[in-house]
Design a protein around this ligand. Structure first.
Ligand code: FAD
Ligand code: NAI
Length: 505
């Protein structure tokens, strides 16, 4: 009886503590306090981007010693690992976004957030030029000008600001290899609007196939979905698409669901080359059970309005009719990155991206430009895990740099200050060290795969339990309690009510 009473009390105490801390955190998040203003005596950091690298940097940065300005064409952070779930409607769009201001408003010193696309970086004059992306850009530029006239020159639609330090985190764009028809006819899976476009296009194919009088051949074409690229993006999207089909479309489009086909096309001999052989085989067999066709050693050569042209393993060329193509064939550098690298031709020769040293400094930039994430060519894969660790590292390094700068100033002011010089010698900025936490991917049918580092070896796991691990890992990685709550609620909503099949125009 006593044990039951103790368990009962513990339960109520834990529940109340949970509710209390939830209320405290949400209250604190919603009502940020006053911030220190920009201080002309402090150094200016300009951050380009609001993705994984930039957001991790902003989260960890102590802004007391710096004036910080963030410039990004989107005023939010996008949690990319769950983008395929948004594409098929498992999650709502808003659940995986975090407005950048939700981060910056909690900083000690006010941070300027400017929604604009950087056009160029001038390494010699240490300036960045950018243009507002808003449809009412004239008005928004006037608002920017009012923020701080001393920083901003230029006309209404384009502006230039100086930096002491530039944190360059613009990511990468989707690689098309110049293949004809990709831009015109395929959907990408990189940005939020890609997921929204995918959703509209997919439901468009379904509704068109359901239109009275449609020929059998045309129905089969419309219901054939082709995913190009057997990397994790292509595999996860195929898995999510299969779930949508099994869990919802069979109920709402019973006459069509059995005819929907998913084909994954990969140029290499296998999908998911970054995973262990056992997990690749597991994924292939799960896809086989799920009736997702995998075509390996098959290269897409062209995408037309109603078909894809394939170079087959036996070197023949085949035309495959389809209703929709998703292009997930990897990353390439943005034009602004290529232009930036071109200013430092002696040091920036790596075609994969910006060459950086172990402190994230862009080689040849004289210590004023730091690059992190997918825009760099480091020894690490272009992943969120790497970008966020680099961002957090850089923020810590900036705290050390501020200490060093302050001591250097003191030392310059007095030649006898031996203590200051000693202290200066002790301020060390350690090099970046990546800690790999493992690789995870969702493969559909409530199954995930995971390659996890374990002591001196690694653990390869796949299945339903790994799927719950995948879910909890991503839930805890989401940057805010708000997003965790929204995503968890969406998962419950989808389980109980299913995905929405109404099509927005
Ligand atoms: P991004 O996160 O892409 O951020 C770039 C930022 O720069 C954006 O805010 C963008 O708007 C901004 N920007 C672009 N151009 C300009 C400009 N001209 N001026 C100013 N700002 C600009 N990785 C994992 O580790 N695990 C996963 O499970 C995983 N899943 C993924 C799923 C999908 C569908 C995709 C597409 C990627 C996934 N990744 C995953 C990879 C991961 O998203 C990237 O490695 C990561 O986003 C890189 O971070 P970043 O900061 O370099 O770039
Ligand atoms: P990727 O570069 O990993 O894979 C692209 C694939 O497309 C390659 O296997 C390539 O051979 C294939 N391909 C290219 N052109 C082709 C063509 N014409 N025809 C057929 N196949 C073609 O790209 P992805 O999946 O977009 O991933 C990008 C980065 O993001 C990677 O570093 C990846 O690790 C990371 N990522 C990680 C995830 C995870 O950890 N769960 C999820 C998604 C992305």
């Amino acid at each position: 009886k006593n044990a039951v009473t103790i368990a009962n009390r513990t339960f109520w105490v834990a529940l109340l503590a949970g509710i209390g801390s939830f209320a405290y955190v949400t209250q604190k998040d919603r009502h940020p306090g006053p911030q220190l203003p920009h201080d002309p005596s402090k150094k200016n950091i300009v951050v380009l981007g609001s993705g994984w690298g930039a957001t991790a940097f902003l989260n960890a940065l102590d802004t007391s010693e710096y004036n910080v300005t963030v410039v990004s064409p989107r005023n939010y952070f996008l949690f990319t690992p769950l983008l395929p779930s948004v594409a098929v409607g498992t999650l709502s769009t808003r659940s995986i976004l975090q407005p950048t201001r939700y981060v910056t408003r909690h900083k000690n010193r006010a941070v300027k957030v400017i929604e604009a696309e950087a056009q160029s970086v001038d390494v010699a004059s240490k300036t960045v030029s950018f243009i507002g992306k808003s449809a009412v850009s004239e008005r928004s530029s006037q608002l920017i000008s009012r923020l701080d006239n001393s920083d901003i020159q230029g006309s209404v639609s384009s502006t230039t600001i100086p930096y002491d330090y530039l944190v360059y985190a613009v990511g990468a764009e989707t690689q098309t290899f110049g293949i004809p028809g990709v831009k015109e006819h395929a959907c990408f899976m990189k940005e939020l609007n890609d997921a929204e476009k995918f959703q509209r296009r997919f439901l468009d194919c379904l509704e068109s196939a359901a239109f009275p009088g449609q020929s059998e051949e045309e129905i089969d074409r419309l219901l054939h979905m082709v995913v190009v690229g057997g990397g994790p993006t292509g595999v996860e999207l195929s898995g999510e698409l299969h779930d949508f089909l099994e869990e919802d479309l069979k109920s709402w489009y019973p006459e069509l669901a059995g005819r929907i086909r998913i084909t994954l096309v990969e140029a290499l001999p296998s999908v998911l080359p970054m995973f262990s052989k056992r997990l690749i085989d597991y994924t292939m067999s799960t896809f086989k059970e799920s009736k997702i066709d995998i075509m390996t050693q098959t290269m897409v050569k062209e995408i037309k309005e109603r078909s894809v042209t394939l170079a087959m393993p036996d070197k023949t060329v085949a035309e495959m009719p389809c209703g929709m193509v998703v292009w997930a064939a990897g990353n390439r550098n943005r034009k602004i990155t290529q232009d930036l690298m071109a200013q430092l031709p002696a040091d920036q020769t790596n075609k994969r991206g910006i060459a950086i040293d172990e402190h994230m400094q862009m080689k040849g930039s004289g210590g004023s430009i730091f690059a992190i994430g997918d825009c760099t060519a480091s020894s690490h894969a272009p992943t969120a895990q790497v970008a966020s660790q680099q961002g957090a590292y850089l923020a810590r390094a900036f705290a050390q740099r501020a200490k060093r700068d302050a001591l250097e100033e003191q030392a310059q002011a007095s030649t006898t200050a031996e203590d200051t010089k000693k202290a200066l010698g002790k301020v060390k900025i350690r090099p970046f060290a990546y800690s790999h936490q493992g690789t995870l991917a969702y493969i559909g049918s409530d199954k995930a795969i995971a390659d996890l580092p374990l002591l001196n070896g690694s653990l390869a796991a796949g299945g339903v339990l790994t799927y719950y691990f995948w879910r909890s890992a991503y839930l805890s990685t989401l940057f805010s309690l708000r997003n965790r709550t929204l995503v968890a609620t969406d998962w419950v909503r989808t389980k109980v009510f299913g995905r929405d099949v109404s099509r927005e125009w």
